[in-house]
Design a protein around this ligand. Sequence first.
Ligand SMILES: [Fe+2]
Length: 162
Amino acid sequence: MPEAFADYLSDNAREASINHLNVALATGIQLQLAIKQAHWNIKGPSFIGIHELLDDVYDRMGEHIDTIAERCVILGGTADGTVEAAQKDGKLAPYPADAVHQDTHIEELKKRMVQFAALVHDSLKEVGESGDEETADLFTGVSRDVSKDAWFIGAHHTSAKS
Ligand SMILES: [Fe+2]
């Protein structure tokens, strides 16, 4: 294992965290690409608002992905951030390449963002139990922010009830 920069953790705790971080990294990359796919192809009466929102969400996902990848390396792991790794280890279903209407993109993105937040939430509990509270804290922030962006996107659905 490469050099680690967190002496306070056992090898087992670091290894567990690196595994969780790499699953989150792969899945986060899948989600970020899906957000851009929607940004480009979405059509509907709320086009410009959603189109611009998705650029902001894409940037925020990029920050999360960067923090997750860097934590892998800090713990002595390798950040597996290639497209191939994202396809192999990411947990999201393939994004529908033929999606056009805004409600379709909203539904598909919201579903994936909620799934990613849940995956990160489960990871934060497990890494916290193994003693890596710093990675648990990182995951807590990611889960909270992604849930908020799921709301920002989901609230645009035209069937939203009063
Ligand atoms: Fe753009």
